[in-house]
Design a protein around this ligand. Structure first.
Ligand SMILES: *[C@@H]1O[C@H](CO)[C@@H](O)[C@H](O)[C@H]1NC(C)=O
Ligand SMILES: *[C@@H]1O[C@H](CO)[C@@H](O)[C@H](O)[C@H]1NC(C)=O
Length: 215
């Protein structure tokens, strides 16, 4: 039975190497994901790659009854906003907010990770109340930007679907639907690659630009 751990190891390496699809957004449509057994209520950790020249647009959006989170471009910079109103008043949190230092709309692929109520991977020795809980955003092209708060957003409740490339509302005239490419969309808490949209309002896959024509 010594082969089983090796097999499982190879399986894990193989699975994590699979890249998710690339979607090409035209600024008029979004896609939604609603995976089964997918819990993003209190904690979530998304990772995706995008490129765009757009100044203002929505990359990712999800909501609950009172709470919501949104990753968007405004003025060419990335913003991650979590709104978490506390009906019980003082002492609670009301959300969190992060903004990139640099503009990201220069048509280069950036990798962005956003996370809320994530257990700090660097402190597994801490348990219970001493456990470090983090919320933040990291952005990487050639250099990495890290924006992290050691904060717990209490009572956070957000459900699927996860909206990519828009929020489906079409009411905000400033923050529009996204125009550009988004690829390899993942959620690490549930260990899932977003592949098949549960709703697609007209967003095709990206056209590969750098492959050879068949002979
Ligand atoms: C989702 O996860 C939270 C903890 O993060 C847990 O309290 C809740 O019961 C879970 N919901 C479901 C439907 O499993
Ligand atoms: C776009 O901006 C990023 C980060 O500032 C930089 O690393 C990259 O080289 C830029 N790309 C181009 C084509 O200028």
């Amino acid at each position: 039975m010594i082969l089983l751990p090796i097999f499982l190891y190879l399986l894990t390496v193989g699975v994590s190497a699979i890249k998710g699809p690339c979607f090409s957004f035209g600024g008029t449509a979004h896609i939604e994901f609603e995976p089964e057994n997918f819990n993003i209520s209190y904690s979530a950790h998304y990772k995706l790659e995008f490129r765009t020249v757009q100044e203002n647009g929505i990359l990712l959006y999800a909501r609950g009854t009172h709470d919501y989170e949104v990753l968007y471009l405004f003025g060419g910079k990335l913003h991650y906003l979590i709104v978490n109103p506390t009906p019980w008043g003082a002492g609670g949190t009301s959300g969190d907010y992060f903004q990139s230092d640099e503009k990201v709309n220069n048509n280069t692929y950036f990798t962005v990770e956003i996370f809320r109520n994530r257990h700090n991977e660097n402190s597994p020795q801490l348990t219970g109340n001493a456990r470090l809980i983090q919320t933040g955003m990291t952005i990487k092209a050639t250099q990495e930007e890290k924006h992290v708060h050691n904060i717990e957003l209490r009572g956070l409740q957000i459900i699927t679907p996860v909206y990519i490339g828009g929020d489906g509302a079409k009411t905000d005239t400033v923050i529009q639907e996204f125009e550009g490419e988004i690829r390899d969309i993942r959620e690490k808490r549930n260990d899932l690659v977003f592949e098949y949209p549960s709703l697609n309002g007209g967003v095709p896959r990206c056209v590969a630009t750098n492959h050879r024509r068949p002979q």
